[in-house]
Design a protein around this ligand. Structure first.
Ligand code: HEM
Length: 507
């Protein structure tokens, strides 16, 4: 019997049903009908192809330009569309219109991804997963570009490029272009103990989700809210998964990687096509500037969480994904998220990683997608009225409005609401470089290990760490044992014992 085919396998069949009655003709890229498609225009049977075969030349010339640079991180991913709905009133914290009334719906696009792998990489690798949401709000685009973990490996953007070099494509050595080079990974991880918290999550069960639909999401970095009275709050975003959380063991993940490298992408597509729409509830944690000033830990350090016992989750809304892309490249490869895309009522915080990110994304998009990427259908806001014009691939004409400010010809003016919500920050201090890398790196990982992880997960954590440490140089193994001993003496001891006994399992 024929095995049951899933929605992804049926895509072409379903598509063809729509076109049975109204068959399209083949056109050239400029829209005129093409006379022949199976043969090029040659002089006689064996003669050369004529330059006059301009439809052929146009198609080949387009084909040779089909690839654009892949994302420097988060290259492999999948996405879908849906909506965000407000379920609770948080106007006391933020004046953003996206939260303005209960029941208000805003269209969204979401892209999930792996951080490290290249575009063709297997989905089921051990890695952090990206969780980026684009809100098409009445006040412009708001991008909340987070991960499936509440913390990140490093806390200062100065270290981000180096850290990505040691994890990118699971640590490809720059000379040999070969992976893995475990020495690179453990060298940097153990030299920067701030990585401990995320490294423990990375090697724990959450390191390989079974599906993009079965994991939580986090804004990870600290943001800020401003309410209608101009009052300022710091906040963190949490997306609580409404599907049961499910993870894969290293062995399962390794097996699936060989059989179906696009496992997560297929799963998301099929679920949505089958009407099994994934949903998350959005919450925020709120910290006042006074609480931030008095906090025993740095609230802008993205290697740390804000304790829920002190900063409880406040419900905001829910979001649902109910539509697949119909052209992956146009809608998902060309989607450009940017933490600097904020709306009035939502602001950046001094989180050093977020500060670096405010520059990086727009910069990479202008390189990867071009200077007018915000005019692409998937990226464009409902309305843009300003003084930017021209450049590669300009589509938006701005209706003949003047391209300079100030002007006397009815050009757009500054919005009072946005101006009133722009916070006034009392900044003072010396400009200097302060390395905060050794600022209490073990308390929260200790809580994670001792209080959150169950005994069986601790066993898998140790097995996973050992499997990545085993092929590493001995002095680096010793540094790692020391780092994990600082979390918990027993953890360090069990890794040491594991290194002397266990088999080498890569993943
Ligand atoms: C993607 C830079 C930290 C989440 C990217 C991209 C760059 C980048 C250049 C590629 C964007 C593209 O080509 O479309 C940085 C820098 C960071 C940083 C410089 C630190 C200073 C983080 C952190 C998170 C994060 C802490 C999680 C909170 C993501 C996600 C994507 C991404 C989810 C993929 C977006 C998509 O799906 O298109 N990052 N990143 N990044 N980054 Fe970061």
């Amino acid at each position: 019997a024929t095995p049951k085919r899933d929605a992804a396998a049926e895509q072409l069949t379903q598509q063809s049903k729509k076109h049975q009655v109204d068959k399209d003709v083949i056109t050239a890229n400029w829209g005129t009908a093409v006379a022949g498609k199976d043969a090029s225009l040659t002089v006689g049977y064996n003669g050369p192809i004529l330059l006059q075969d301009y439809t052929l030349i146009d198609e080949i010339a387009h084909f040779t330009r089909e690839r654009i640079p892949e994302r420097v991180v988060h290259a492999k991913g999948a996405g879908a569309f849906g909506y965000f709905e407000v379920t609770h009133d948080i106007s006391q914290y933020s004046a953003a219109k996206v939260f303005s009334e209960i029941g208000k719906k805003t269209p969204i696009a979401v892209r999930f991804s792996q951080v490290a792998g290249e575009l063709g990489y297997a989905d089921t690798v051990r890695d952090i997963r990206g969780f980026a949401i684009k809100f098409y709000t009445d006040e412009g685009i708001w991008d909340l570009v987070g991960n499936n973990q509440p913390v990140f490996f490093v806390k200062d953007c100065a270290l981000f490029p180096s850290f990505i070099h040691v994890v990118k494509s699971f640590f490809r050595n720059p000379a040999t272009h070969l992976r893995p080079d475990y020495d690179m990974f453990w060298d940097m991880v153990t030299l920067r103990a701030e990585t401990t918290h995320t490294t423990m999550i990375f090697f724990g069960d959450r390191g390989i989700p079974a599906s993009y639909r079965k994991m939580h999401g986090f804004g990870t970095n600290t943001y800020a809210f401003v309410n209608a009275e101009g009052k300022f709050f710091y906040c963190k975003f949490h997306h609580v998964c409404q599907q049961p959380i499910e993870n894969l063991t290293s062995e399962e993940a390794q097996r699936i990687a060989g059989i179906d490298p696009d496992y997560h992408t297929r799963d998301l597509y099929n679920a949505i096509e089958n009407g099994d729409y994934p949903a998350w509830n959005m919450y925020v944690q709120i910290m006042t500037p006074e609480q931030a000033a008095a906090s025993p830990y740095d609230p802008f350090d993205d290697t740390k969480v804000w304790l829920r016992s002190e900063y409880p989750l406040i419900p905001v809304g829910r979001f649902v994904l109910n539509k697949n892309p119909n052209n992956y490249f146009a809608q998902i490869e060309q989607i450009g998220f940017d933490p600097a895309h904020l709306v009035p009522g939502i602001e950046p915080s001094p989180d050093r990683m977020l500060q670096g990110r405010l520059f990086a994304y727009g910069d990479t998009h202008r390189y990867r997608l071009g200077p007018n990427y915000l005019q692409f259908p998937v990226n464009r806001p409902f309305k843009v009225t300003n003084f930017s014009r021209d450049g590669d691939a300009t589509y938006h004409s701005q209706g003949g409005s003047p391209n300079y400010h100030p002007n006397s010809f009815g050009g757009p003016e500054v919005d009072k609401r946005a101006r009133n919500l722009a916070p006034v920050l009392p900044l003072h201090g010396e400009a200097k470089r302060v390395d905060n890398g050794n600022d209490d790196n073990f308390t929260q990982p200790r809580m994670l290990y001792q209080r959150v992880m169950k005994p069986d997960e601790r066993g898998r954590l140790i097995q996973n760490i050992v499997s990545w440490l085993k092929p590493t140089r001995v002095d680096l193994q010793e540094r790692a044992i020391q780092m994990f001993s600082n979390v918990d003496a027993d953890l360090g001891q069990r890794i040491k014992t594991g290194l002397n006994t266990s088999q080498y399992v890569q993943l």
